[in-house]
Design a protein around this ligand. Structure first.
Ligand SMILES: Cc1cc2nc3c(=O)[nH]c(=O)nc-3n(C[C@H](O)[C@H](O)[C@H](O)COP(=O)(O)OP(=O)(O)OC[C@H]3O[C@@H](n4cnc5c(N)ncnc54)[C@H](O)[C@@H]3O)c2cc1C
Length: 373
């Protein structure tokens, strides 16, 4: 066999990585270092720095203000930002998810209205998906949007809505019809967060982060033009969005800065440490290959569930290593303590590992469907 798979980057891509690393380190110096910085490191100023460097919408089509750069370049920039702990949260959902969704399913008016301010890092978006009684089983959601003339009237409650208190818009997944099977009748609606009837209650988690919110909708009136895609048929859109969300580099390197720090303190002649370091370094390599495969759209449909599962369980292993190496010292450093306490979130957000394994089994491996309770 003579063909060799080349995994090297071009000189330009290496240069981009260097440039991103420098900007990330300056960002950390100025704003602080954040664990899982794409969700915990909120800075509007740094979002604008990302925009000024052309690092929002890198792969979006030029006709929508993007640069049509190869998707791998976005991964390079994102990896440097997140691995360093730079605060990219204010632009992340827009860049990763809402922009591409509006480009795919939005109307021309929606594209003209929302994309430009995403690209300049001016607007922050939150995702209103989970509800108190509806997390993994999204199709069971009950927040309703009732059509009344040229408006939708929205009622219900969302929970775990990251950035609900600072977002300009909520990308709301809601029910516009309750007849038929539960996954039918789901729609996606853009809801400006300053409308009357919206009440946001931030939740402080045990790491003292405050990105989580409960969001209450009480007769909130939204113009019908804010519907994205087809009314009542958004379940597939949402699944596509989640697939996009699950296979990214943000699921692999969120606590890399903690690992780098702990590795410096590890006794490298201790056989256990050596084994664990080898295991973690191998995990980073495998995880990166899985992410590249997703990025290049070479993974089978539904495989992002496996990528997410592998990468976030790797992040959990990293947290265990950091905990063991730093021991009581971890408690003396606020960032480390927070990072360790936060670690259980990796395998929950974006879909739990149990659910990822179900998806993998049913959609990729073709196993029988899980028995329904
Ligand atoms: C850091 C973080 C940020 C988040 N940000 C957002 C956000 O911005 N917007 C948003 O809408 N949501 C957000 N979430 C919520 C997240 O999407 C949900 O927590 C997740 O989907 C799981 O839902 P749940 O918490 O209701 O758990 P449940 O669905 O109630 O699951 C509880 C347990 O049951 C297991 N389980 C459930 N169903 C099955 C099954 N079929 N087979 C086997 N096991 C099963 C799960 O694995 C889990 O262990 C965030 C969560 C975290 C941790």
């Amino acid at each position: 066999m003579t063909d060799i798979l080349e995994f090297t980057f071009t000189a330009e891509q290496q240069q981009l990585r260097e440039q991103a690393r420098e900007v990330a380190h300056k960002g950390v110096e100025k704003h602080g270092r954040f664990n899982d910085s794409w969700i915990n490191g909120f800075s509007k100023e740094f979002a604008q720095t990302m925009a000024e460097n052309g690092w929002i919408g890198m792969g979006w089509p030029k006709e929508h203000g993007g640069q049509e750069r190869p998707p791998i370049e976005r991964v390079i920039v994102a990896e440097e930002m997140i691995a360093a702990g730079a605060p990219i949260a204010a632009m992340w959902f827009a860049d990763r998810q809402m922009g591409p969704t509006v480009i795919t399913y939005g109307t021309d008016d929606q594209k003209a209205e929302y994309l430009p301010k995403m690209l300049t890092g001016e607007t922050t978006w939150c995702i209103g998906m989970s509800e108190p009684d509806s997390g993994s089983d999204l199709a069971s959601l009950s927040t309703s949007a009732e059509r009344d003339g040229n408006i939708f009237r929205i009622n219900g409650q969302k929970i775990w809505t990251s950035f609900g208190d600072v977002a300009d818009y909520c990308y709301l997944i809601c029910r516009t019809n309750s007849e038929g099977p539960p996954h039918r009748g789901i729609s996606e609606i853009i809801v400006p967060m300053n409308l009357p009837g919206i009440e946001v209650r931030p939740i402080t988690d045990m790491t003292l982060n405050r990105h989580f919110c409960e969001v209450y909708f009480n007769n909130v009136e939204v113009p019908v033009e804010n519907l994205v895609g087809q009314e009542g048929a958004a379940f597939k859109q949402t699944m596509k969005q989640l697939e996009h969300e699950r296979g990214g580099i943000d699921r692999l390197v969120s606590n890399k800065a903690l690992y780098d720090e702990a590795k410096k303190c590890a006794n490298l002649s201790d056989p256990l440490n050596r084994q664990e370091i080898s295991k973690i370094e191998t995990g980073y390599h495998i995880g990166r290959l899985l992410v590249y495969r997703e990025t290049l759209q070479q993974a089978p449909s539904g495989f992002s569930a496996a990528t997410k599962c592998f990468c976030t369980e790797h992040e959990w292993n990293v947290a265990q290593f950091v905990n063991r190496i730093l021991g009581p010292k971890a408690l003396l450093d606020n960032q480390v303590t927070k990072g360790l306490a936060y670690a259980p979130a990796y395998t929950i957000m974006g879909g739990t590992s149990n659910v990822m394994r179900n998806i993998l089994g049913e959609r990729v491996l073709g196993l029988d469907r899980e028995p329904r309770g």
